[in-house]
Design a binder for this molecule. Structure first.
Ligand SMILES: C[S@@+](CC[C@H](N)C(=O)[O-])C[C@H]1O[C@@H](n2cnc3c(N)ncnc32)[C@H](O)[C@@H]1O
Length: 352
């Protein structure tokens, strides 16, 4: 395929962004869920099922069908009589929150970023930041939802085993801290996988902690959540394991955080940092992961971390050498990368 020209790329990006808004509407209004649950629906039937206006139902279904997100039985029928359905292999992407292909939450996160872009513009001018809380419920839902499938299966199924830290987690009295836990899906997954362990999620963001508590209650697991700065973990030790999942690069004081988690470890305990699997060095143009991570960084992660001062201002693109340097500054004797395919992520084990 010929490489698209720059103007073609921007046109495609504009279309893709608008299609993400369609995904946002579909998840927020329960339209995909109605299609998944009810099967073939006309626009008036979808409107009735989801409680939306029929004219909007028609336009959204037509847009989704044109985009190839939903299927239409017979496009030549009158608009109100066409039947639409969610193909079976699209259900995971749009509806099942723990399906490995569940990428619909990206739409929530992008909408969350869009809502505060004026604040981001101002931050660029002043050097200030945009607090995580300003990105709102859409971003929290998007952030939690994007990582939920991997946390629900891979975190305890392959990442922690590959890092070699699971043996002591099944012992009675084991203790795990999940720092920067966000919506708590990782905390919940670890509480399920290691029922003997006490699992505590920490996050600075009050709304995230409240929502994480609700998720744990709904899941029926006994994970506990604390609204506190990452450094508060030091006073709550000893922990057999401290995990920091896609959160180190967001922290204004990462070295102080790492030092606090090191201090909180029981003898022989470890800190697991999971952060972006970006390239070893800055190269341009970059690959798809670099492009995605820089995209989050310019509009969310960097402004959010600069909202606290003083701040290391790391940004999303935390490279392997950066993690090693930060860990060494915090006093860790060793940083090893676990040999495991963790998708967008790299899994680091910090010890000593
Ligand atoms: C990118 S989100 C990751 C959330 C979750 N671990 C996940 O992967 O879905 C980063 C989280 O770190 C939290 N955070 C940032 N700085 C923090 C700090 N100093 N102490 C505790 N939490 C912090 C934010 O509130 C946010 O929930």
């Amino acid at each position: 395929m010929p490489t698209p020209t720059l103007d073609e790329r921007l046109l495609e990006a504009a279309t893709g962004t608008l299609e993400l808004f369609g995904v946002y509407l579909g998840t927020r209004l329960g339209l995909y869920r109605s299609l998944a649950e009810r099967g073939r629906l006309t626009a008036p039937e979808l409107a009735e099922a989801a409680g939306i206006h029929p004219r909007y139902a028609q336009e959204w279904l037509e847009q989704q069908a044109v985009a190839g997100f939903v299927a239409v039985d017979d496009p030549s029928r009158p608009a109100d009589a066409r039947r639409y359905r969610l193909p079976a292999d699209h259900v995971g992407v749009f509806v099942d929150p723990e399906h490995p292909a569940h990428l619909a939450p990206f739409a929530d996160a992008v909408v969350g970023v869009g809502k505060v872009l004026d604040e981001v513009v101002e931050a660029y001018r002043t050097g200030g930041g945009v607090p995580y809380s300003h990105y709102g419920p859409e971003f929290r839902r998007g952030q939690g939802g994007m990582n939920r499938p991997a946390f629900a299966s891979d975190l305890t199924g392959s990442w922690l085993p590959a890092a070699g830290v699971t043996e002591r987690l099944s012992r009675p009295g084991a203790r795990i801290a999940d720092v920067g836990c966000g919506h708590g899906w990782s905390t919940i997954a670890m509480a399920r996988a290691y029922p003997q362990a006490e699992v505590i999620g920490y996050d600075l963001d009050e709304a995230s902690v409240a929502e994480a508590r609700a998720h744990a209650e709904a899941a029926g697991v006994g994970a506990r959540f604390v609204q506190a700065d990452a450094q508060a973990v030091a006073a709550d030790g000893p922990f057999d394991l401290v995990v920091v999942l896609e959160a180190l690069h967001d922290m204004a004081r990462p070295v102080e955080g790492l030092a606090a988690w090191r201090k909180a470890l029981a003898d022989g305990g470890s800190v697991i940092v999971v952060d972006e699997k970006v390239a070893a060095t800055f190269t341009a143009p970059g690959d798809a992961i670099e492009r995605l991570m820089y995209g989050w960084s310019i509009a969310h992660c960097l402004p959010a971390s600069l909202a606290e001062q003083p701040s290391a201002g790391l940004g999303t693109v935390l490279r392997e050498d950066d993690v090693r340097r930060l860990a060494a500054q915090a006093g860790f004797a060793s940083t090893r990368v676990a040999e495991v395919d963790a998708g967008f992520f790299r899994v680091y084990r910090l010890e000593g």
